[in-house]
Write a protein that binds this ligand. Structure first.
Ligand SMILES: NC(=O)c1ccc[n+]([C@@H]2O[C@H](COP(=O)([O-])OP(=O)(O)OC[C@H]3O[C@@H](n4cnc5c(N)ncnc54)[C@H](O)[C@@H]3O)[C@@H](O)[C@H]2O)c1
Length: 287
């Protein structure tokens, strides 16, 4: 099956990045949101990022226009009816995602592959609400999608080989490298990244180390482009908190239990860059 038309559900941080990268590879994109207001905000963020790329000389003005012309926004999921692949990148909540998969199963043709960008939730649970579980797969991009070259591809026990093969070729056409994982809580990246960040937070909470010192050690000592707490601020403290809680709920392994400091930061809205405050402050406000 040749993929030409790609649907994306959710135009937040990940959905907008996925739409941008797919359009830059020449795919026709339909992207949905819950309201025109949220949709327009997401589409605007794609425009802003492409304009920055023009200003930096990475792409031409013509490229920017061509990419934007390939992206069509909607608030009606029936507009996915001509898509060969739909990638769900909505809020990390299993009930929301199951509702979306159930709708996609009704509006998309039988051959359409339905993928989720979930970081930790069960792909099998989403597949089970459809009448095509063999065509459901996890396609987990990393943030920021235009920059990160990896895709973790999650195969359930019923995902067919042809679904895996077509999805893999699609991701490679975007310039990504694919690693195939099993449908277990956190897959590979979440299983390792989550306790790494949680352990850094535990050192801050116990007043053993400052965020700057932890991050400097990993930037200069381990060659990481960002330390664990800088990364947490970029990804969102709430996102990592929810991911850790979801893995803990499944595995009951204490290394995934979020520290109290993290819980309090979420309560206070210290979510990282997106709210202007996390482990660091962002004087220019939200970014
Ligand atoms: N942020 C990250 O670093 C990151 C990395 C990898 C994967 N993910 C995963 O990607 C997914 C999206 O994360 P995000 O960071 O982009 O979240 P986000 O909050 O920025 O965006 C989610 C968007 O989904 C929209 N949405 C909710 N229900 C919807 C529906 N029924 N139809 C259409 N849109 C709907 C929301 O309005 C919101 O704009 C999550 O599953 C998350 O775990 C996030």
């Amino acid at each position: 099956m040749e993929i030409k038309n790609v649907g994306v559900v959710g135009c937040g941080i990940m959905g907008s990045g996925i739409a941008q990268v797919c359009a830059q590879s020449g795919y026709n994109i339909t992207i949905s949101e819950i309201s025109d207001e949220v949709l327009n905000k997401g589409l605007k963020s794609i425009e802003t990022i492409l304009t920055r790329s023009v200003d930096k000389g990475r792409i031409s003005r013509q490229d920017r226009e061509s990419v934007l012309a390939l992206i069509k926004g909607t608030t009606n999921m029936e507009d996915f009816s001509d898509c060969e692949l739909v990638i769900e990148a909505a809020t990390e909540d299993l009930d929301i995602k199951k509702g979306i998969f159930s709708t996609l199963d009704k509006v998309c043709p039988r051959h359409t592959i339905l993928a989720t960008n979930t970081s930790v939730l069960s792909v099998s649970d989403m597949a089970a609400v459809t009448g095509r579980p063999e065509k459901v797969i996890g396609i987990h991009f990393s943030n920021p999608v235009p920059v990160m070259k990896i895709v973790e591809m999650i195969k359930t026990i019923v995902t067919s080989e042809s679904t895996v093969e077509i999805s893999k070729q699609f991701c490679e056409s975007l310039g990504k490298t694919v690693v195939i994982t099993k449908d277990l809580p956190g897959f590979i990246s979440g299983r390792i990244f989550t306790p790494f960040v949680l352990n850094a937070i535990r050192l801050v909470e116990a007043d053993i180390a400052k965020p700057e010192d932890i991050d400097t050690i990993f930037r200069l000592g381990a060659g990481h482009p960002m330390g664990p707490l800088e990364t947490a601020d970029l990804v969102g403290i709430d996102i990592i908190y929810n991911a850790a809680s979801a893995i803990y709920d499944e595995l009951k392994d204490p290394q995934y239990l979020p520290p109290q400091l993290m819980k309090k930061m979420v309560t206070m809205g210290w979510l990282g860059r997106k709210t202007g405050k996390g482990f660091y402050t962002y004087p220019e406000g939200k970014s």
